[in-house]
Design a protein around this ligand. Sequence first.
Ligand code: ZN
Length: 350
Amino acid sequence: MVAGAMANMPCVVVREHGGFDRLRLEERPVPVPAPGQVRVRVQAIGLNHLDTWVRRGVPGHTFPLPLIPSSDACGVVDALGPGVTGCKAGDPVVVLPGVSCGACEACQSGVDQLCRDYHILGESCDGTSAAFVCVPAANIAAKPRALSAPEAASICLVFQTAWNMLVRRAELRAGETVLVHAGLSGVGSAAVQIANVLGAQVIATAGGPEKCAQVKALGAHHVIDYRAADFVAEVRSLTGRAGVHVVFEHVGEATFTGSMKCLQRGGRLVTCGATTGGNVPLSLHAVFFKSLSILGSTMGSKGDLRTILRLFDQGRLRTVLARELPMAQVGEAHRLLEAREALGKVVLLP
Ligand SMILES: [Zn+2]
């Protein structure tokens, strides 16, 4: 389509933090791609827990409101800004959620997520909850062919996060054992599958028999129903009291102390989040006596994301879709995420 000056598009806008009613549906002019940018006509928007933090607000953190939320999308290239080559209108693409300068040492070293000018779409700049989005040409990649638009819109944020945690930070290896918390969550379901691709033994947790069965189907070797059993005791039993080599943490206060107890000597805990709170007690004695590592991780590199998309093309990874809702029902989508009712990813259709 050619965007006339008067053409408008629907989008979601957060103007102030608060409840579901803060997710306003608004009309904005269709954005015009700047030099080096590509405009994508959005077909599906993948939601993440980050969306709910942007809406609710985070104490001590300032979001640049008003903001169009959401980090993930799949669509087709719609228009090219001046100077863009390498793609054409009509190409099916996924949007890569991390925007960086492309010129600094971090960017050129392949760790663009450490760029000092790094932005996550929908967090520190306008995101993908809109009918059209303009992003740098570096931020699109071919859609994996076999996937539907909603499936492809559910990959990037969680898979690049889980990949960076397991591959780059914890350096999980074949034959090692990893404990993955909340194996049906966005990052958890990615971690279970990535650990499997790497050849590791996967112990995962999930709440309730239905979620446990789904995590097992994703390739976890053992699944612990954390509502029915103490995960620390279960991990000890499953590993012959040795503990695991790696714990994949994103839960925070509710699980951290137990996670540390699950590590064997020389073990690594890697964390990307603290959905239940981030202030945890830590025994330095345990850290040094057992030679433990605690590793932080945020997002991942665009290069690794292209590897991940290739694994999707090869059919070795998959997304777990729970619900597709029209964009006008974004409030209900947030409710499903916060109530942890959705068994998998929630997608909006613009
Ligand atoms: Zn940079």
